[in-house]
Design a protein around this ligand. Structure first.
Ligand SMILES: *Cc1c(COP(=O)(O)O)cnc(C)c1O
Length: 405
């Protein structure tokens, strides 16, 4: 060890130095040591459909997928992904050349960026952004250019209520001659924003005009609430040929531990992403791929019930947070509610989240970790509601301690 540490050079390389530790590990440890209800990390505390679990057991017992599955994913799953995109969105993809199965959406994001970026390329991402985006852009040697979603009091039906919106002029101004790719996420984690057709149309027009590639993370495609509608970017004019669309069985079927994700895109893009993917995991999740193929063919009733259940959870936690004194942004999709802590007399989300377990026995995540412009995210705090109703009820009761009379 002495030899390794005698040099001044840090072990973690320069590209990754700023990503040393994640807030999730710190907050989850705090949840355990204080006996708090953990609304920090976004994973459901109830498993997905029993018949899908049983399909995985059957595959494992029958010896399907216990050895390396085919590199692009098993044909049954690629066919099911293509059929799902066709059934839901009238998007047609060839299962053999336009679909790629990945180790969760996480690998799909990593492989897409590693494959499509040259060092120095700029990537525009919506800030606050999912934490792996920044790390993967860095690993690819790219430069991230955040465009900040800002609080907005909406009046039209699609943007009604207080939500975070994209400033289309700011997006347009962020494009330079070095911009290679737009990294979009809708429904958006952590704000719960679902981009409207008008917003997506403006993004599409910009991508076509400036000849940009688009990677769109649509893992929450089935979790859109009220009258919000998920519109895949690939359905807009001129977009199918330049867009990599990413989905996840973890998020759509509540099996986040299975790590089954996918990419749909035209053949040259899938082929490029596959080139990177084959040297990351090569393949993953063999037996689970068979189960997810069955899950994707579930009737619409499954998807409706899943959404209704999650919407009821959103309603319960939103009401509880409002009653405790937070300003609550309207969540139109995802697992998450973003709040503003300023009505509680607080301004620093980091300090607030570090103190919250002691004060109220609940763990949340400061949105600032999802920002380059940390000050823009300072007063915002994210709560996950993909938990049992009784857990959310208990959290809401605990949070009443914060209320100022
Ligand atoms: C959870 C999540 C992912 C990762 O999905 P996995 O399939 O678990 O790898 C990617 N993007 C967003 C926005 C997420 O919230």
């Amino acid at each position: 060890m002495a030899a390794m540490t005698s040099t001044a050079r840090p072990l973690l390389n320069r590209r990754l130095a700023e990503f040393g530790t994640t807030i999730f590990a710190e907050m989850s440890a705090l949840a355990v040591s204080t006996g708090s209800i953990n609304l920090g990390q976004g994973f459901p505390d109830t498993d997905g459909p029993e018949e899908v679990r049983e399909a995985a057991v059957r595959a494992l017992r029958d010896g399907r997928g216990n050895q390396y599955p085919p590199g692009p994913g098993i044909p049954e799953l690629r066919t099911a992904i293509a059929a799902h995109q066709e059934r839901r969105y009238a998007l047609t993809f060839d299962p053999d050349t336009e679909v790629l199965v990945t180790a969760g959406a996480t690998e799909a994001i990593a492989a897409s960026l590693l494959a499509l970026l040259e060092p120095g390329d700029e990537v525009i991402a919506l800030e606050p952004y999912y934490d792996s985006y920044a790390a993967c852009i860095a690993m690819a040697g790219g430069t991230r250019v955040p465009v900040t979603l800002r609080p907005h009091e909406g009046r039209g039906s699609a943007t009604a209520g207080h939500s975070f919106r994209l400033d289309l002029d700011e997006l347009r101004d962020a494009v330079t001659d070095r911009t290679r790719l737009l990294l979009i996420n809708t429904p958006h984690n952590p704000t719960g924003t679902v981009l409207t057709r008008a917003e997506l149309t403006a993004i599409a027009e910009l991508a076509v005009e400036r000849d940009l590639l688009v990677v769109t993370d649509e893992v929450y495609e089935h979790l859109v609430f009220d009258e919000a509608e998920h519109i895949p970017l690939a359905t807009l004019p001129g977009m199918r040929e330049r867009t990599v669309t990413i989905g996840s069985a973890g998020k759509s079927f509540s099996f986040t531990g299975w790590k089954v994700g996918w990419v749909t895109a035209p053949p040259p893009l899938v082929s490029a992403v596959r080139s990177a993917k084959q040297f990351l995991t090569y393949v993953a999740s063999g037996p689970f791929q068979y189960a997810v193929a069955e899950a994707l063919a579930l009737p619409d009733a499954y998807f409706t019930a899943f959404r209704d259940d999650m919407q009821a959870k959103r309603d319960l936690l939103s009401a509880g947070l409002a009653e405790a004194g937070f300003e609550v942004f309207r969540t139109a999709g995802t697992y998450f509610i973003t709040t503003d802590i300023r009505p509680l007399g607080e301004t620093d989300g980091f300090a607030f989240c570090r103190a919250l377990p002691e004060r109220a026995g609940v763990v949340a995540i400061p949105n600032a970790v999802f920002y380059d412009h940390r000050e823009a995210g300072a007063p915002f705090v994210r709560f996950a509601f993909c938990k049992r109703m009784e857990t959310l009820q208990a959290a809401a009761e605990r949070l009443l301690k914060l209320r100022q009379y």
